[in-house]
Design a protein around this ligand. Structure first.
Ligand SMILES: [Ca+2]
Ligand SMILES: [Ca+2]
Length: 189
């Protein structure tokens, strides 16, 4: 919850900055967006119509070169049979997804090169670029940002859905919209 409260604080700071800017008649750029963090968190709305609601998404840098970076999703209820999650990762400098992780509860997961949000390339699951765990109310995707090449900064977007006919997909932070980028690998010092 630390990251969520940090996010809440960041929002509060942004609101205060905006209020001061308005009061002073000045336009002040929000400095928070100029700094690349090692962790970002977004609270997602409770979607009663979602098959498998996402309540938050967090992206964290790998602790060191060769380490795992993480995407953590918190869900509105414990995982059930039929729940599934897609996570797209952007690990290079352009705006397009590079890796697509597909996970089904209590089952295998697959990792593809992503050509776009609607089209996958090769199945590269065997390269161990990413691993998934879906347990309790959490989905955790660990990934190697440098799996496909040099990676300085990384971002993620997730979509959950159910196997059954009921309920709609839920995106976080938003449909086909990546989180802010974090450093792929935490920097020493
Ligand atoms: Ca949601
Ligand atoms: Ca990309």
């Amino acid at each position: 919850m630390t990251h969520l409260s940090l996010l809440a604080r960041a929002r509060l700071v942004a609101v205060v900055t905006a209020a001061l800017a308005t009061a002073g008649g000045l336009l002040v750029a929000a400095p928070a967006h100029a700094v690349t963090p090692v962790s970002v968190a977004y609270v997602d709305a409770t979607d009663t119509g979602a098959a498998y609601d996402i309540g938050s998404i967090t992206v964290r840098s790998a602790p060191s070169a060769g380490g795992w970076a993480r995407v953590v999703l918190r869900h509105g209820r414990p995982v059930r049979v039929g729940d599934a999650v897609d996570v797209w990762l952007n690990v290079d400098a352009d705006a397009r997804p590079d890796l697509h992780v597909v996970a089904y509860s209590f089952s295998e997961f697959q990792v593809f090169r992503a050509r776009s949000f609607s089209r996958d390339g090769a199945d590269i699951t065997a390269r161990d670029c990413a691993r998934v765990s879906m347990a309790g109310r959490r989905t955790v995707v660990r990934f190697h940002p440098g799996c496909l090449g040099t990676s300085r900064r990384s971002a993620a977007v997730a979509r959950s859905f159910g196997d059954g006919a009921t309920g709609s997909p839920d995106w976080a932070p938003a449909r086909r919209t990546f989180t802010q980028r974090v450093w792929s690998y935490r920097r020493a010092g």
